[in-house]
Design a protein around this ligand. Structure first.
Ligand code: FE2
Length: 346
């Protein structure tokens, strides 16, 4: 009898603990959303504000670094405080999906206005904007006819002429992850060694710094994300504008697998009670007017083909993009980091 009593008590305690956890979860509130984002983008915030004005749905934005926000999502897994999560990099978006922190988007409007290649196969995240990692060169010292592929940057003809951001930067890690997928691990490892052998100086600085160093004659060729050049050309800082005007953009691998692109995306947090309102915001942000505004403000490519590209991107012309699934950027991330470090791109 005594043993049975304790068993019942145990069940009771478990039940009440479950009840307490359930009561800690938020109640559905169709009038209020919380977004966790790693992006500090004025254009993003403006479009979200417009959404609130048009729908009456308030959006609380919590900005933070990726590891910190993912840690929060994990801690709140059973009673999420966020309804949506936004970040850049298809590999990181896939990582958040694999952790079980997102749920599929099924809204037909969203699926209709976003190409399937620019969202997760299961709808766990939806692309908002993309960017290309292009070859940037000194207009007065490099003839673009000399340029062709990422792979060709490992050719000894570029010895002492490349300036690069460190290999630990995610943009380079994801680029290499794509090359591991397309060329294989051995070729990717050799490529890193070849590129490293051509450095004009040790890798340092952010993407903008590379353009500035080329403008200053410290090297002739680098890799950059397209939007940084758009920002530099429109910068309030005259020196940045001048540096950007001295460099040219080349889309590599056009006769091969295409130029490496990456993506900024948004997903609905698993177990949110406000799924419908969350999808409403994604539908708004992927509709053509918001997409055109995001492109104009961020110098990123819209995902919605009906949207207008920023004038800067229009001027660069169209290009063939890599057609790989963004999940491979997650699958090969750790290997890519190792190859970059072992190959001297540090
Ligand atoms: Fe960036």
């Amino acid at each position: 009898m005594a043993a049975r009593f304790f068993l019942c008590l145990g069940t009771l305690l478990a039940l009440s603990a479950g009840f307490m956890a359930a009561s800690a979860a938020r109640k559905a509130d169709a009038g209020k959303l919380t977004l966790y984002t790693t992006r500090e983008s004025k254009a993003d915030f403006e479009q979200i504000k417009k959404f609130s004005e048009e729908t009456g749905i308030r959006v609380d934005i919590v900005s933070g670094k990726f590891p910190e926000l993912v840690q929060r999502l994990e801690a709140e897994k059973n009673a999420p405080k966020a309804d949506l999560f936004m970040t850049a990099d298809g590999g990181l978006l896939d990582l958040v999906k694999q952790k079980g922190l997102l749920q599929p988007v099924t809204d037909k409007t969203i699926l209709d206005q976003t190409p399937s290649a620019l969202r997760d196969a299961d709808g766990h995240w939806i692309g908002l904007t993309t960017r290309a990692r292009v070859i940037v060169y000194a207009k007065d010292r490099v003839n673009p006819d000399q340029l062709s592929t990422y792979e060709n940057l490992a050719d000894p003809k570029w010895k002492g002429r490349l300036v690069m951001r460190p290999g630990s930067a995610l943009y380079n890690v994801s680029l290499l992850a794509s090359l591991i997928e397309l060329d294989g691990e051995d070729a990717a490892a050799q490529w890193v060694q070849g590129v490293s052998a051509n450095f004009a100086r040790a890798p340092e600085g952010n993407d903008r710094r590379q353009a500035k160093d080329i403008a200053a004659g410290k090297g002739d060729v680098t890799l950059m994300n397209t939007y940084y050049l758009g920002r530099m050309l429109n910068s309030a800082d005259k020196a940045e504008q001048e540096a950007a005007r001295k460099v040219g953009v080349f889309f590599p691998n056009q006769d091969a697998a295409g130029t490496h692109i990456n993506i900024c995306g948004i997903g609905v947090v698993n177990k949110t009670p406000n799924r419908q309102a969350a999808e409403q915001l994604i539908a708004y942000l992927t509709d053509a007017p918001a997409q055109s505004a995001l492109s104009a403000g961020n110098y990123e490519y819209p995902v919605n083909p009906k949207a207008e590209k920023a004038a800067f991107l229009e001027a660069l012309g169209s290009f063939k993009a890599q057609a790989i699934d963004f999940s491979v950027l997650n699958a090969h991330r750790e290997k890519a980091k190792i190859l970059l470090s072992q190959g001297g791109w540090t």
